[in-house]
Design a protein around this ligand. Structure first.
Ligand code: HEC
Ligand code: HEC
Length: 386
C-alpha cells in the first residue's frame, strides 16, 4: 500500500523512466569532447580546464563552498590553501544536464530556452539553439573562472575595440586547430575541414561529452518505481515525506527532481556573493526584474548526497540543515552571530519566502533524518562508494 502510494506520487510528480529523457550524442564527438573538457589549452591563460572544478571525485562538482578559478592550485578543497580567484557561486554538478526538457541553466538561469528561443547574454547572436551548447560557451569567457584579469588579458584583448568574448573564442579555436592531436580529432568528429573549425565545434563537442558522461543511470529510487527494486523502511518514510508533508516535490519535481523554476529559499550566504559584500540577488542578475531578487533555480537532486557543500553559495555542509532552512529558516542560524547586514538580508529573504507556494510544514529531527536517507536513494550507481 505504502509502496504503491510512493510510486504513484513519484510518477504524478514527473518521474519518468530515464530512457525517455536521454538525448544520445554522437559518440565520436563526445570522445573529443572529453579531451577538450580536460584540456588546459582551452583556458585563455592555460591553467584551467572544465575539469579543474567539475571533478569525478566530487561527483562533477568540486567540494568547495565557492569555486576557485584562475590562479588557484590543486584540486578540490586543497584549492582553498592558495590564493586563486574566487567565483562567488557553488559549483553545480552536471548530472542530466542536456537531457530532454532541461532548459534552464546556472543558479540564476542566465541561459534559458523557451519555445525555441534562447535567452542569454548573447542576445540575438545566440550561437546555438541547444541551451546546453550555449551554456558551455560561458565558462570559457568568465573572468576569474577561466580567464584571469592579468596583463596578458589587458594588453592583448581589452585594448582591442572588439567584444572580448568573441576574441577569446577565436583565440581558443585557433589553439585547437593548431594542436596536432585535438585539431584533427575534432575536425574528423565534426566532419569539417581542419581549417574551417570554429568555436561552436568545440562547444558542440564539450556538450556531447556532458550528455554522454553525466548521463543519469538508474538510481535506487528509479529501480523502485520502475523496476522490481525495493527500499528500506526508512527510505520509504523519507520518500513519503518528500512527496507529502515535507512539500519538497512542489519544487523538486520532474525527471531530475527540479521544476527548473526560481524561488527564494532563506539560506545563509557564504562568501562575497555575486553582487558583492555578501549579497547575491540570483535571478535578478539575469533578468533585472525586481520580482526576481534572491530567487535561485531549484537544483536537481541526482547525486545530491555526493555534492556537498550545498546552496548557491555553498553555505551548508550537511543535508539536514539544508532541509531545516527550507521549512524553519531560523532553526540553525542565530541572529546574534550575524552581522547587521546579514540579519537584514536574511529577514528580507524570509519575508519573500513566506509568501511563496508551500513553505512546507515543520519537520521533526527524525523526519529530517528520513528525508536525508531518502535523498541518498537518488545516487547513480557507477560510483557508489559509501
Ligand atoms: C572555476 C571553476 C569552474 C570551472 C573551471 C568550470 N566551471 Fe562549470 N560551473 C562552476 C560554477 C561555480 C557553476 C555555477 C555557476 C552559476 O550558476 O553561477 C558552474 C556551472 C556549470 C554549468 C551549469 C549547470 C547547471 O546545472 O545549470 C555547466 C553546464 C558548466 N558549469 C559547464 C562547465 C564547462 C563546460 C566548463 C569548461 C569550459 C566549466 N564548467 C568550467 C565552476 C566551474
Ligand atoms: C519553494 C520551492 C522549494 C521547496 C518546497 C523545496 N525546495 Fe529545496 N531548494 C529550492 C531552491 C530554489 C534551492 C536553492 C536555493 C539557493 O541555493 O539559494 C533548493 C535547494 C535544495 C537543496 C540543496 C541542493 C544543492 O545542490 O545545493 C536540497 C538538498 C533541497 N533543496 C532539498 C529539499 C527538500 C528535502 C525539500 C522538502 C523538505 C525541499 N528541498 C523543498 C526549492 C525548493
Amino acid at each position: 500500500m505504502r509502496e504503491n502510494a510512493l510510486k504513484k506520487a513519484a510518477i504524478n510528480n514527473g518521474l519518468v523512466p530515464l530512457e525517455e529523457i536521454y538525448i544520445k550524442p554522437n559518440p565520436e564527438l563526445a570522445k573529443v569532447g572529453k579531451d577538450l573538457f580536460e584540456s588546459e589549452l582551452l583556458s585563455l591563460n592555460s591553467n584551467m580546464s572544465c575539469q579543474t572544478c567539475h571533478l569525478d571525485e566530487f561527483s562533477s562538482a568540486d567540494g568547495l563552498p565557492n569555486a576557485i578559478g584562475t590562479g588557484g592550485e590543486g584540486e578540490g578543497p586543497s584549492r582553498m590553501m592558495g590564493s586563486g580567484d574566487v567565483v562567488p557561486r557553488n559549483t553545480l554538478a552536471l548530472w542530466g544536464r542536456g537531457t530532454k526538457g532541461f532548459n534552464r541553466f546556472f543558479w540564476d538561469g542566465k541561459v534559458q530556452a523557451e519555445n525555441g528561443e534562447i535567452f542569454s547574454q548573447f542576445g540575438e547572436a545566440v550561437p546555438s539553439k541547444d541551451p546546453l551548447v550555449v551554456s558551455v560557451h560561458l565558462p570559457f569567457v568568465e573572468v576569474r573562472e577561466m580567464v584571469a584579469r592579468d596583463e596578458q588579458v589587458e594588453n592583448e584583448l581589452l585594448r582591442e575595440e572588439q567584444d572580448i568574448a568573441y576574441t577569446i573564442f577565436e583565440t581558443l579555436a585557433s589553439r585547437v586547430k593548431e594542436d596536432p592531436n585535438l585539431g584533427p580529432k575534432l575536425a574528423k568528429a565534426s566532419q569539417r575541414d581542419l581549417d574551417k573549425l570554429e568555436f561552436i565545434d568545440i562547444a558542440d563537442a564539450v556538450a556531447a561529452f556532458i550528455r554522454d558522461n553525466f548521463k543519469v543511470e538508474t538510481t535506487k529510487f528509479h529501480a523502485f518505481v520502475f523496476e522490481e527494486g525495493t527500499l528500506t523502511k526508512e527510505e520509504m518514510n523519507g520518500g513519503l515525506l518528500f512527496y507529502g508533508k515535507g512539500g519538497c516535490s512542489s519544487c523538486h519535481s520532474g525527471p531530475l527532481f527540479s521544476d527548473l523554476d526560481f524561488y527564494v529559499i532563506p539560506f545563509g550566504q557564504a562568501g562575497f556573493g555575486k553582487n558583492g559584500f555578501g549579497v547575491d540577488y540570483g535571478l535578478y542578475n539575469a533578468t533585472f526584474n525586481a520580482d526576481d531578487v534572491y530567487k535561485f533555480r531549484t537544483p536537481p537532486l541526482i547525486n545530491v548526497a555526493r555534492t556537498s557543500p550545498y546552496s548557491h553559495s555553498g553555505f551548508y555542509t550537511d543535508l539536514a540543515p539544508v532541509i531545516n532552512a527550507h521549512v524553519d529558516p531560523l532553526k540553525d542560524i542565530s541572529g546574534v552571530d550575524l552581522k547587521a547586514s546579514e540579519r537584514r538580508e536574511l529577514t528580507t529573504k524570509i519575508g519573500l519566502w513566506s509568501t511563496q507556494k508551500t513553505p512546507g510544514e515543520q519537520l521533526s529531527k527524525e523526519e529530517v533524518g528520513s528525508l536525508v536517507v531518502f535523498l541518498k536513494t537518488l545516487n547513480t550507481p557507477d560510483n557508489i562508494n559509501e
